[in-house]
Ligand binder design. Structure first.
Ligand SMILES: Cc1ncc(COP(=O)(O)O)c(C=O)c1O
Length: 481
């Protein structure tokens, strides 16, 4: 028997003190998010190295550890939860989900097998059903919550592969636009396909997949004896938020009997808005779709979702069982998540989606997403008014891509000027933007997707971009060179 001081059990008093210490710091941290710099990683490498240590033999007081995290480690990072984070794809991090994770971990129930926690498995089943409803999928749809969009895409490719290809599947071909997320290539590789089996199809002037180019590629592959089977439509690309013509892709895939997958990791939840629903017409005809609640539902990182229109196909690709497991459910409405997913033991992800949705209902999520669409239009209008600023991608959802044009400067030289502009904007530490390459040209993006980003912050972004552009002019950098 362990002696008292060796026990890993926290006394009720110590447990409460640990929770209170963490809660007090987390609440203060969240309250100060708007005042925190939009990014501060100066000295981050030194900090990382100073944290290297061997496996500790003895313990330290909890207060000391919480101070280390909140005072030294957490501040040295991008302020991804703050209102100024309009970089990459923001999420926000609803604190409700942090509390849900706390409950899930403190109770430590097992939801991968229905019999082990029927009510909790049902809560997760409800969440998956709500996501299927958002997509417009029928009753027979099933899905899983994953750690993110990348793993959800992996399971989509595996489900399609098992449904459409023979055991020897190496002739199977996958298609996405040249704007598709690299998660698609990664999923294909992990699912066993050679890199050359993923075809990048040219996109049009608005960064949407070109249907004619797709049809030609499919035709060429068929003629060469390869087996087209998986077409990805983008419901919001990472670069510019471009939405492919999903209805046309659905028709093509139905006609050619191809698996139609939609990558809605970033943009899918905009289907909750009137405009998003119009842009994404056809998504409901897809065979599978990825949604990332840690993006469009503003959750903390760690929750993606895969929905499959015909749930049996997801199950056939993943269902395996063993003698040491309890029996699985026969009733079609009761879900054993381990039969639909690569995972057996895992955290109870459903609760982090369920708690905020139950506390607020979907209304405020929809309003927030509508606000993000409006703010992006506002940002695009404001940018267009800055002399010399060129909009490279008008918003289709909540991303606008732009760059500064400068007479006499082009190619790598102009890219350099824009990298400088970006660094100057970020250096002001009120907003954090990132760049990308569009058709070989460096572009700056604003991506608005945090429930904490409102009009005041977008006005700050415009002010800082204007000021940074003026600084560059003042320093003679954009003079005819
Ligand atoms: C369009 C798109 N697809 C897939 C992914 C990958 O998702 P995750 O980062 O959740 O794995 C992302 C991430 O930003 C994305 O924007």
């Amino acid at each position: 028997m362990p002696t008292e001081d060796r026990s890993l059990e926290l006394s009720p008093g110590d447990f409460r003190r640990l929770i209170d210490g963490a809660a007090r710091r987390a609440v203060d941290h969240v309250a100060s998010l708007p005042e925190q710099p939009s990014a501060d990683v100066e000295g981050g490498v030194e900090l990382a190295r100073s944290l290297v240590e061997p496996l500790p033999e003895t313990g330290r007081p909890a207060e000391e550890l919480l101070d280390l995290l909140f005072d030294r480690v957490i501040p040295k990072s991008f302020n991804t939860a703050g209102p100024g984070y309009v970089a990459y794809i923001p999420g926000g991090g609803l604190p409700h989900s942090a509390v849900a994770d706390f409950i899930a971990d403190a109770t430590n129930r097992y939801v991968g097998v229905f019999a082990a926690a029927p009510g909790l498995a049902q809560i997760e089943t409800n969440v998956v059903r709500w996501l299927a409803d958002i997509l417009g999928y029928p009753e027979g749809a099933r899905g899983i919550l994953t750690t993110g969009g990348s793993l959800a895409t992996f399971s989509a490719v595996v489900a399609a592969r098992r449904d459409r290809l023979p055991e020897n599947f190496l002739s199977g071909m996958l298609y996405t636009s040249d704007q598709g997320h690299h998660a698609i290539e990664k999923a294909a590789l992990l699912a066993g396909f050679p890199a050359a089996n993923v075809r990048r199809i040219a996109s049009d002037e608005r960064f949407r997949i070109r249907l004619d180019a797709l049809e030609s590629a499919i035709g060429e592959d068929r003629a060469a004896g390869r087996t087209p089977f998986f077409v990805v439509g983008n419901a919001g690309t990472t670069n510019t938020g471009a939405v492919d013509d999903l209805a046309a892709l659905a028709a093509l895939c139905e006609r050619d009997r191809l698996w139609f997958h939609v990558d809605g990791a970033y943009g899918g939840f905009f289907r909750l808005t009137v405009e998003g629903r119009r842009r994404m017409a056809g998504i409901e005809r897809s065979d599978s779709a990825v949604l990332d609640p840690h993006k469009g539902l503003f959750l903390p990182y760690g929750t993606g979702a895969l929905l499959v229109r015909d749930g049996e196909k997801l199950k056939r690709a993943h269902a395996l069982t063993a003698e040491y497991l309890p029996s699985m459910q026969e009733a079609p409405d009761l879900v054993d998540f381990n039969l639909l997913s690569p995972e057996l033991s895992r955290d109870f992800r459903g609760l982090r989606v369920w708690l905020p949705l139950k506390m607020h209902g979907i209304g405020p999520f929809r309003t927030n997403l509508e606000e993000k669409l409006d703010l992006t239009r506002l940002a695009a209008r404001g940018l267009a008014e800055i002399p010399g600023m060129e909009i490279l991608a008008e918003p289709q959802l909540s991303i606008v891509a732009f760059r500064r044009a400068a007479e006499g400067r082009e190619g790598a030289d102009l890219d350099e000027l824009n990298r400088d502009l970006l660094a100057r904007v970020n250096g002001r530490q009120r907003v954090y933007l990132t760049g990308t390459m569009l058709r070989g040209r460096f572009a700056i993006r604003i991506c608005i997707l945090s429930f904490r980003t409102h009009r005041d912050r977008i006005e700050m972004a415009l002010e800082d971009i204007r000021a940074a552009a003026a600084d560059i002019r003042g320093s003679g950098e954009d003079e005819h060179g």
